[in-house]
Design a protein around this ligand. Sequence first.
Ligand code: G3P
Ligand code: CA
Length: 241
Amino acid sequence: MTKIFAHRGSAGTHPENTMAAFKEAERIGADGIELDVHLTKDNQIAVIHDKTVDRTTNGTGDVGIHTLEELKKLDAGSHYAKKFNEETIPALTDVFSWMQGNTLELNIELKNVTVDYPGFEERLLEEIQRFELKDRIIFSSFNHDSLKKINELDSEIECAILYLEKLYKPWEYAKTLGAKGLHPHHPNTSEDMVKEAQRQGFPVRVYTINDEKVLEKFIRAGCEAIITDYPEKALQIRKRI
Ligand code: G3P
Ligand code: CA
């Protein structure tokens, strides 16, 4: 059965990458969540999509110039709706603590694409080890060097290549990095590619699908998972077909 992953939490109905969004995903029965991470000035891992805090909080500047304590004082919910003004930027460890009480899978997307975070991969692995969450984590990134590095540090955690354009035999490329999964962009993905990849032993989690017809198409194609801003809608479709 195709799993439903809540993109940035339930970003269609809640402020992205906040505990409110993640708890909503759990409430409706999603199978997993996807979130984005950056490194703070004091080497902590913050859950936020952009390189800067400007779009999603009432603060300004790069995530990396702030300490976690400073970031936690920002309002990360009002940009979506006033009633979420108590939401803050979670530390990845806040999410890990909350995961002790559920069975959700977690796709962590490393956002070190236009910014360098020395020691980022090591810090992520340290925290995962501390919370004993290895089996429930999938790393993904557009930064394939980082995925290769994670695989070299700990090959037990699944790394999945995130990519936008079509790739020729993406599973062959993934193997060169030690990656074991594929996260393609849905407009450049065919049902045949999904089936062949999975026949080759590479789970495919397609992002970010919000349209009903496209959700149905990829659920029918038997993807490992679908990453969506509207997990509740996707779960209803999965139940119906
Ligand atoms: O993981 C898939 C998707 O989240 C990648 O794009 O910009 O939403 O992080 P973005
Ligand atoms: Ca993401």
